[in-house]
Design a protein. Structure first.
Length: 163
């Protein structure tokens, strides 16, 4: 039983199929890994922005305005935090505020609270469009939205991350 032409042809077909599957898995792994890195970069930003914003809350309307500015300041200027390995500015940033002892006890989150009294919690949400390179084969999209959020609470003399 030598190497028949049929047997050699089967090995070629099996190798092509296995190679296609392995390349597909590697491609999905590359895009998923890139989205994970982008999510980590956005999470670092939202944590820092939430802490910075919470430090500005003082129980007044001016504190809420300063909190918004503090969060936005981290995304702008020469020392701004960026995503995609520090190459792209973070633009999808929003802040909302709530009252309560912690995020589990928080009242409804409000983007524009009317009265500023008692607002001790701030939630900063950041999002970005992560470009897809290889996953386009499976779904005809050029990007996928990556979104994160962080909640910080103002205490008597400092601020801390709650979630």
């Amino acid at each position: 039983m030598g190497n028949s032409p049929r047997r050699k042809g089967f090995v070629l077909i099996a190798t092509c199929v296995a190679l296609t599957v392995l390349l597909g898995m590697a491609a999905v792994g590359i895009d998923a890994g890139r989205m994970y890195v982008i999510k980590s970069e956005l999470q670092a930003f939202s944590d820092a922005a939430a802490l910075s914003a919470a430090m500005q809350l003082d129980g007044g309307a001016s504190g809420i305005a300063r909190a918004r500015e503090a969060a936005a300041r981290l995304a702008e200027g020469p020392h701004a935090m960026k995503w995609d390995m520090g190459t792209k500015a973070i633009t999808g940033v929003s802040c909302s505020f709530a009252t309560g002892g912690d995020s589990a006890q928080a009242t409804a989150w409000q983007a524009n609270p009317r009265g500023a009294g008692g607002y001790r919690l701030v939630r900063v949400t950041a999002s970005a469009q992560a470009p897809l390179v290889f996953m386009r084969i499976f779904e005809p999209r050029t990007a996928s939205t990556v979104a994160v959020s962080s909640v910080a609470m103002k205490t008597d003399d400092s601020a801390r991350l709650v979630e």
